[in-house]
Ligand binder design. Structure first.
Ligand code: LLP
Length: 423
């Protein structure tokens, strides 16, 4: 690995010992490019951070597995004492395959069919419904059972409008003014409301999260005998580490959360369970995507580095204009003169102009360079696709002892067409 000129932005992976002595080039030779690489130490640390976010005794962390459903990572999360928040029957299957028991899984459902409800009910998994009509449907098929409800507490926020899930402009949760109807339906079907939850959106820093907590607790007071309150996920991670962005201040959050939890416990008169549902915080920073620069070109004024990481592999920049730090691992010798940085767009190999990884970065890139897209462990592989009939990449885990483990095979070209021919 050759160093780029002085003044290069922070080398994040080196500071973290991310590769534990492995060379990105060797990883790609062994598992092909592009490749998802995860670090077990970092994943475990993030699980621990969330477990310890408060010292409130009756506390549970439900990992929102939509962020990354790799079965090996799920089973590590379970070893770390986390439970699972799922959003579909597919995620139920993944969570159970990784060893989560039904009572360690909560299904935060949105607009699901009665059939999908039954799938969860038959497995003994608690469902949180998020509309009056879904509560009716649930009541009809599961009379006399336990249920949870997702509220829309009016607070919403996130890194992009597409990921804001609270407030007027979103489809999620039941607004508090419907509480009288909720109570009627609960009574009509003899349902026990065991818990309430909300989720204000994704990639939020502390203040807004706390605003949301206050609103949800106000709602909670309107129901007697809840067993839990689930405050949702959405904890932010620093995507701009190379520019010195600092992580979420967990200490400040801890003090605020604990004070609200303890105060609620006192006035509600019950040692109620509090839950959170982090996804991104748990999985983002343990994962990167390695890719290869296949071409360099200039169209008009703009220089492009064309890589094999299209938006079928990693969709966040294309979907949300999301920033991800990039590291470059040079494979060839360069003269100093060749190392001059210039503005460049890093793009993928899909047939759409929106297909990009990084825009207007000030970098020096050459053909055959290997690049790493950092903080790609959450909503990376889980949002990948077969667009343009490209197989999804493999996933490799760097274990705590530094050994490598293939935790998902690369798809083959045959895999992509098999459901159309094995009919
Ligand atoms: N709970 C519920 C009900 C959720 O809908 C989500 C995420 C979470 C928890 C976890 O949120 P987190 O802690 O990961 O922010 N694909 C987008 C993020 C979408 C999040 C969807 N819901 C992205 O790549 O930014």
């Amino acid at each position: 690995m050759k160093a780029l000129p002085k003044g290069e932005t922070i080398n994040v992976t080196e500071n973290l010992n991310f590769y534990a002595g492995h060379e990105p080039k060797n990883l790609i030779e062994k598992y092909e490019s592009p490749l998802y690489v995860y670090n077990e130490n970092i994943f475990r640390q993030k699980c621990k951070d969330m477990k310890n976010i408060v010292s409130y005794e009756n506390f549970q962390v439900n990992y929102a597995i939509k962020a990354n459903t790799n079965l090996t990572l799920l089973s590590i999360a379970r070893e770390e004492g986390l439970c699972a928040d799922v959003s579909s029957s597919g995620e139920i299957v993944a969570a159970m395959a990784a060893g989560f028991l039904p009572n360690e899984i909560i299904f935060i459902a949105n607009n699901i069919s009665a059939k999908e409800m039954l799938f969860a009910i038959e497995k003994g998994i608690l469902i949180s419904v998020d509309s009056i009509s879904q509560l009716e449907t649930y009541g009809k098929i599961a009379k006399g059972s336990n249920v949870a409800i997702r509220f829309n507490s009016g607070i919403g926020g996130g890194h992009h409008e597409k990921v804001i899930t609270g407030g007027d402009g979103t489809k999620f949760g039941i607004m508090p003014e419907y509480i009288p109807q909720i109570k009627e339906i609960l009574k009509k079907y003899n349902l026990k409301l065991v818990g309430i939850n909300h989720h204000i959106g994704s990639q939020n820093w502390g203040d807004l999260y706390i605003d949301g907590v206050k609103e949800l607790l106000n709602i909670a007071y309107q129901f007697k005998d809840l067993e839990f309150i689930d405050l949702g996920g959405g904890f932010a991670i620093p995507y701009n580490k190379q520019n010195g962005e600092k992580p979420l201040n967990l200490e400040v959050l801890k003090q605020l959360l604990e004070s609200y939890m303890n105060e609620f416990k006192e006035s509600y008169g019950k040692n109620i369970k509090f839950m959170i549902e982090p996804g991104r915080y748990i999985a983002a920073e343990c994962g990167i995507v390695l890719g290869t620069v296949n071409s360099i070109k200039t169209n008009g004024e703009i220089k492009y580095a064309g890589t094999d990481v299209g938006f079928s592999v990693f969709a966040r920049p294309t979907l949300y204009d999301a920033h991800h730090d990039i590291e470059i691992y040079r494979q060839s010798n360069n003269s100093e003169a060749e190392n001059i940085k210039e503005e460049i767009n890093i793009v993928g190999n899909q047939c759409e102009s929106g297909d990009y990884i990084a825009k207007e970065r000030y970098l020096n890139l050459k053909e055959e360079d290997i690049i790493a897209i950092l903080d790609a462990g959450a909503y990376g592989y889980s949002m990948s696709s077969n667009y343009n009939h490209r197989p999804r990449p493999a996933e490799v885990l760097i274990r705590e002892d530094g050994s490598l483990e293939l935790i998902r095979k690369r798809e083959s070209l045959e895999d992509i067409i098999k459901n159309m021919i094995d009919l």
